[in-house]
Design a binder for this molecule. Structure first.
Ligand SMILES: *Cc1c(COP(=O)(O)O)cnc(C)c1O
Length: 362
């Protein structure tokens, strides 16, 4: 059989380990004792308003969803100050990254990313048999000048993960402004803002404004998976110029976003209380971790997201040892950081338990 020969070299994404799988493997009877802080999920759970909306929506699950996401576009466009035509929803923002691949990539083209950024960008480049050019990082952060220098005539997009997963670093609004001034017009700037809601307000770039002004080569990706606590539902969105959104819309399956996800996201957008609590819990958790790491004499990268990178030495081994203590974190060897692990900030009790387990090991 003939296949697209490059598909067999698409790397397989390594997700955070599911709680049930770890419990089975290590023979833990009570899964509720296991702390999973490996996938940057919201440990406060989904918004209570979203849960209520889902219970109501459950009675209508024999219906196909509204593929156009009318109500959701209506609410979100008003909230962001854009037109509904500037928005597209995806089954997670990961799906939107794939849509960008469909529209912009083919063999011979490339995307520019940062060396230590989210691996999914590499996978998407490979999926379309395009090249991923990784520019070096500077102190665990995106180096926008290095990224600009990496742009070639065949570059279709530059992806900036801000805050970056897995390092938790940001690029300043000023740096972004300079970058956008210098970016060649044939290149799309993709800002992956999966952790936008966790950023301190003064660090948030206003990229929506660029889109309001009609700029065509900027797109912003956000998600309901992280701060909104709806990762299991798979829903995220893109904000961009209406021409760009119209192209992305052409590669979308008719019902790519499910009805339960739409109902939950719609309600979650109204739950300011849950979002505020999520932010506060996270800021306090980051402080607790940084303080704990300093006391343990561990290097860490100050984070602007809901996770933190810490240098434990042999990350794979520490990951294994933590797992035996019912804590699941993410080893970073896959990111070229074999001495580091990434820990998601959880509830206050979880954070303390993670620090305690870490102290025992080290
Ligand atoms: C979690 C994450 C996403 C979004 O994931 P979805 O669940 O598909 O919305 C996108 N980018 C980064 C960097 C992430 O960490």
């Amino acid at each position: 059989m003939k296949t697209n020969e490059w598909i067999s070299s698409v790397p397989v994404y390594e997700p955070g380990r599911p709680i049930e799988e770890v419990a089975r493997e290590l023979g833990f009877a009570d899964v509720s004792e296991i702390i999973k802080v490996a996938s940057n999920e919201n440990e406060l759970g989904p918004s209570p308003k979203a849960m209520k909306a889902m219970a109501v929506a459950a009675t209508e699950m024999h219906r196909y969803p509204d593929g156009g996401c009318f109500y959701l576009k209506d609410k979100l466009s008003a909230k962001l100050g854009v037109k509904p035509q500037n928005l597209l929803f995806g089954s997670g923002s990961n799906e939107l990254i794939e849509f960008l691949g469909h529209v912009y990539l083919r063999p011979g083209t490339n995307l520019v990313m940062s060396e230590g950024a989210f691996v999914v960008y590499r996978l998407i480049a490979k999926l379309f048999n395009a090249q991923a050019i990784a520019a070096p990082m500077k102190k665990f952060a995106h180096d926008l000048d290095a990224m600009l220098a990496a742009v070639t005539p065949e570059t279709r997009m530059v992806i900036i993960c801000n805050p970056n997963n897995p390092t938790g670093t940001i690029v300043s609004p000023t740096k972004i402004k300079e970058f956008l001034k210098k970016l060649p017009s044939h290149v799309l700037a993709v800002f992956d803002e999966a952790y936008f809601e966790f950023m301190p307000d003064e660090t948030k770039p206003d990229l929506i404004k660029e889109i309001q002004k009609g700029r065509e080569n900027v797109v912003v990706l956000r998600t309901f998976s992280k701060a909104y606590g709806l990762a299991g539902l798979r829903i995220g969105y893109a904000v961009g110029h209406e021409n760009l959104i119209a192209l992305l819309n052409r590669v979308r399956q008719p019902f790519n976003v499910n009805a339960m996800a739409m109902a939950a996201a719609l309600a979650a957008l109204d739950d300011d209380k849950h979002l505020a609590k999520t932010r506060t819990t996270n800021f306090q958790g980051l402080e607790l971790f940084m303080d704990g790491f300093r006391k343990l004499g561990l290097d860490y990268v100050p984070s602007y997201a809901n996770f933190i990178l810490v240098k434990t030495g042999n990350g794979r081994q520490v990951f294994g040892e933590l797992q035996k203590r019912k804590v699941i974190v993410r080893p970073m060897d896959g990111y070229g950081l074999p001495e580091w692990i990434r820990i998601t900030v959880g509830t206050s009790a979880q954070n303390r338990a993670v620090l305690k387990a870490l102290k025992e090991i080290l």
